[in-house]
Design a protein around this ligand. Structure first.
Ligand code: CA
Ligand code: CA
Ligand code: CA
Length: 455
């Protein structure tokens, strides 16, 4: 056996040293070949749309961008965000009724570092027939008429989000007593409205909670997050968090209100902090390079294996200014281990970020799961201001976009739609091939032949 193995190694060494036909070809070289077979010769000047971007700076006093936590500079939100409209009475009504009529609903999770919170309903002001929202008090497990009744929402005083153990658990400013204060949103040329709304910046949606002022206790497991899609078409695409009041207090015995499974004691809407048009750039990623490049087909090219927007900002954190790329992840149209921000554990895996555990599930490309966007931050060096400098990996293979070379990443404005699965890129974006071959038109994404191919 040993002898045979030795002969094999010698033959291999000779092949790679003496015959050019057998010389190892790099993945990128193989990729260049299949890319040019599909799209033609790459023009040496093509840079795939990547350019330096605007950097937003937030000072510690909340000018333009607030410190982490609640950002109360509502008049500036429109400069870098798409602010949700006010909710109509009909929308609030249909949401209230849903929470009042559905006991112990199954919730879901979202993953947003930046989001709005909007008031929907203060429990007890319009109770449902099943969900009283005004509770009897039990003393040592027995109804205690002397204690009277308690309106839960009146004691839900400190709406908060973030991890219970985390130092980053914070108050959603302005949201107390089951209600919220009015904010003046936008000014001047920017759209203006009044609503009970707050923007949470550099935060997280790991959990939501409230402080009960009756028993002086925090509750971080008495909420449920429900997509508007299952409530009513007039709130489709929205997300709502409902809270179920509970209370416990030691006062010559145990006084108690038990959670009743109706999460209508306080209802808020949460909405992702999406970029204002022009505030960021969109990156569309192709992972074919990690496949068997001998069998690539036209429909394998879709540049939707990750689709994310990049916005740069300086943010006051832990006592000094730090630079971040804010990533808004829209789609994960592949089944490989794809990370943004670094390789493996050093980056963020796209399926996980979108709250889907199975790596084999494609997300938001019309052929798998549908999920809300994910929003997260990646620390970057001070000199980084180009979305191309945000590393993207498939396994150990970095995906690159080099001028004049076959690319795995495209950079486009944030209103460009991405591809569905199994449709032909080349027959959807009509002028992409011209762009590859001649570096023009650089707005190739505006020529769409078959809109139905886009998500
Ligand atoms: Ca309740
Ligand atoms: Ca692909
Ligand atoms: Ca795909």
């Amino acid at each position: 056996m040993k002898k045979i193995l030795f002969v094999g190694i010698t033959a291999l060494a000779m092949a790679s040293c003496t015959h050019d036909d057998y010389a190892p070809v790099s993945k990128q070289e193989q990729y260049q070949a299949v890319f040019e077979k599909e799209f033609g010769t790459v023009n040496p000047n093509v840079n795939w749309g990547f350019t330096p971007q605007q950097v937003f700076t937030f000072d510690k006093d909340g000018k333009l961008i607030g410190t982490r936590g609640a950002n109360t500079s509502a008049n500036q939100w429109y400069e870098y965000l798409t602010v949700p409209d006010t909710l109509t009475d009909a929308q609030k009504d249909v949401v209230r009724r849903w929470f009042q009529n559905n006991k112990n609903p199954q919730g879901q999770k979202v993953n947003w570092s930046d989001f709005f919170v909007q008031q929907v309903y203060k429990g007890g002001t319009n109770p449902g027939s099943n969900s009283p929202e005004i509770y009897d008090i039990l003393k040592d497990g027995v109804l205690d008429k002397d204690k009277g009744k308690v309106t839960g929402s009146n004691h839900m005083d400190w709406l908060a989000c973030g991890n219970e153990e985390s130092q980053y658990r914070d108050h959603i400013n302005n949201f107390n007593g089951g209600d919220a204060g009015i904010m003046n949103v936008g000014e001047g040329d920017n759209k203006f409205h009044n609503d009970k709304i707050m923007y949470m910046h550099d935060y997280n949606t790991t959990c939501f909670g409230f402080h009960d002022s009756y028993g002086q206790t925090y509750y971080y497991d008495s909420y449920v997050l429900i997509p508007g899609d299952i409530i009513d078409p007039i709130v489709a695409g929205m997300y709502f968090v409902g809270f179920d009041y509970q209370m416990q207090k030691h006062d010559n015995g145990v006084l108690k209100v038990e959670a009743d499974g109706y999460y209508s004691d306080w209802i808020v809407r949460i909405a992702p902090g999406l970029n204002a048009p022009g505030a960021g750039k969109r990156v569309m990623v192709e992972d074919i390079i990690d496949s068997n490049l001998a069998s690539v087909q036209t429909s394998d090219w879709d540049f939707n294996d990750a689709v994310f927007d990049v916005k740069f900002e300086y943010n006051w954190k832990d006592g000094h200014n730090q630079k971040f790329a804010v990533i808004t992840l829209h789609a994960a149209g592949g089944t490989k281990y794809l990370t943004i921000g670094g390789q493996g554990d050093k980056g963020v895996e796209v399926h996980k970020a979108l709250c889907v555990e199975e790596q084999g599930t494609m997300i938001n490309t019309g052929n798998g799961a549908t999920r809300p966007v994910a929003i997260f931050r990646i620390p970057v060096a001070d000199n980084v201001n180009n979305a191309n400098d945000i590393p993207v990996y498939v396994g150990a293979q970095e995906l690159t976009a080099q001028q004049g070379e076959a690319t795995q990443k495209l950079c486009v404005p944030t209103d460009v739609k991405w591809m569905k699965e199994r449709v032909q890129f080349i027959n959807s974006y009509d002028q992409f091939k011209d762009y590859v071959n001649s570096n023009t038109p650089d707005n190739w994404y505006k020529s769409v032949k078959n809109l139905g191919n886009l998500y």
